[in-house]
Design a protein around this ligand. Structure first.
Ligand code: TPP
Length: 284
């Protein structure tokens, strides 16, 4: 990058590139521009390029699919070369939610679904847990689908803040269908914990998630930054008519173990889909 006089790196992290992030952070000639979804990278880089800078885009391979339209519309057409305290502990947060689940389907993603300290560790009804570990940002869409198909049953989505940024439009999609049984918990830890703890755009109090959800059209919005208040307040959250948004300030549990050495769950994604589908069958 230095040899090619790269001025800006427009990027979104993945599990393999944290070492690069650390190196780039130490390089004063490179300005890092973090974005919320890969589609933004090409557009920001195009603007930088037009303005005379020498940007580089750094994204993972599945991010290329996410960025498809901007690659076509900007990259190819332009012929460009390609403080949050106090907080809630992650496990405590999922435990409070699970304890109050009754017959709800729970759809956790990222740290909320971590097999060492997320929902799988505390769940009292795994048959109704549908973890989303791929398809970053799509837990809320899956949850909307389940909520629409099962209007008599509550659906809890346990989202990551980086994941929600990847699919901010889902807040509007959900508000438009306005499912009364939809409960969206945001595990706001300010970082991409799964990929090594890089800060997300809008962290450090820049973005007010409550206002974002309210503005998108959620029927009720809550926020908690300590376990005691969350434990006593969750009753009110679940008594509210959806779609409900509940922001939780949680401690980051940063994953630095190389991907191939990470603890894997015993339940495959396919198995989870089959089990939840079977558990819901006949309950419409
Ligand atoms: C389209 C796409 N881009 C990037 C990634 C790499 N990635 C996997 S997990 C993750 C971070 C998730 O952050 P967040 O939703 O805040 O959850 P946390 O890890 O903090 O619990 C990223 C960037 C991905 N899986 N998919």
């Amino acid at each position: 990058m230095k040899k090619n006089n790269v001025s800006h790196v427009v990027w979104l992290p993945d599990s393999e590139t944290n070492f690069l992030y650390n190196m780039m952070m130490e390089e004063p000639t490179i300005d890092l521009v973090p974005v919320c979804r890969e589609g933004e990278t090409m557009a920001v880089a195009a603007g930088l390029w037009v303005g005379g800078a020498n940007p580089m885009v750094l994204i993972q391979n599945t991010g290329i699919f996410e960025a498809g339209d901007s690659i076509r519309g900007l990259c190819l057409d332009l012929n460009q070369p390609l403080e949050q305290i106090p907080m809630i502990n992650n496990t405590d947060a999922v435990r409070v939610i699970d304890t109050n689940r009754e017959d709800a389907v729970i759809i956790p993603t990222m740290n909320a679904g971590n097999v060492r300290f997320g929902l799988p560790v505390v769940s009292t009804n795994q048959n109704l847990d549908l973890p989303i570990s791929g398809a970053m940002g799509k837990a809320s869409n899956v949850g909307l689908g389940v909520a629409l198909a099962q209007p008599g049953r509550k659906v809890f989505v346990l989202d990551g803040d980086g994941s929600l940024l990847m699919n901010l439009g889902s807040l509007v999609t959900t508000s438009t269908k306005a499912p009364k049984n939809f409960y969206h918990f945001l595990f706001n830890n300010g970082v991409y914990a799964v990929t090594g703890g890089q800060p997300i755009p809008g962290s450090d109090g820049v973005t007010n998630w409550e206002e974002v959800a309210r503005g998108a059209g959620y029927a009720a919005v809550f926020s908690f930054d300590n376990l005691e208040d969350f434990t006593t307040g969750i009753g009110e959250v679940l008594a509210a008519e959806g779609p409900v948004f509940c922001q939780l300030s949680v401690e980051p549990e940063i994953e630095n173990t190389p991907v191939q050495f990470r603890v894997r769950g015993t339940r495959s994604a396919q198995q989870a889909y089959q089990e939840v589908t079977a558990a819901l069958a006949g309950d419409n």
